[in-house]
Each structure stands twice: as structure tokens, then as C-alpha cells.
Ligand binder design. Sequence first.
Ligand code: ADP
Ligand code: MG
Length: 72
Amino acid sequence: MPVPMVGREVERKEIARAWSELDGSGPRTVVVTGDAGIGKSRLVSAVLADLAPEAATVLSGAARLHSPAPYD
Ligand SMILES: Nc1ncnc2c1ncn2[C@@H]1O[C@H](COP(=O)(O)OP(=O)(O)O)[C@@H](O)[C@H]1O
Ligand SMILES: [Mg+2]
């Protein structure tokens, strides 16, 4: 059974605010960092689902930690 999103209100608002401040003059960057399992991916998913206006395109990628080259 899926577990509902709990908390992270401050972080969700902060990312939503950065999104709302985009005015075509340039990009904004939000860095989500923390230990494995702390909820980074879940936070990003929850924010993406709530963005207004909705994101037209979402690009995602992943880096391998150690091999063959760190964070390649
Ligand atoms: N705020 C939250 N509410 C409910 N479940 C959460 C929350 N944050 C993380 N989880 C759950 O904990 C697990 C690990 O979270 P995840 O986002 O994959 O961590 P990370 O990306 O930081 O390694 C997942 O099953 C995720 O759904
Ligand atoms: Mg993750």
C-alpha cells in the first residue's frame, strides 16, 4: 500500500517559490542534498506533481557513484 507523503512543507514551499519566480530572464537552480534514503527523490516527485503552472518537460538523469568514474 502506498505511503502518503508526510511533512517537508518548508522544502516543498521553497522549491515552489523558486518555480513561481521564473520570469524568462534565466534559470533557477534548486539543490536537494542529503543521505541516501532521506527522501530526496520523494520530495522532488511531490513537488513536480504540485507545480503550478505544470512543468511542460521534466528531464531526469542519474550518475554512478564510483565506477567507472566518480559521478560520471
Ligand atoms: N516525506 C516522506 N513521506 C513519506 N514517505 C517518504 C518521505 N520521504 C521519503 N519517503 C519514503 O522513503 C523511501 C526513501 O526515500 P527516497 O526519496 O527514495 O530517498 P532518497 O532519494 O533520498 O535516497 C521511499 O520509499 C520514499 O517513498
Ligand atoms: Mg533518490
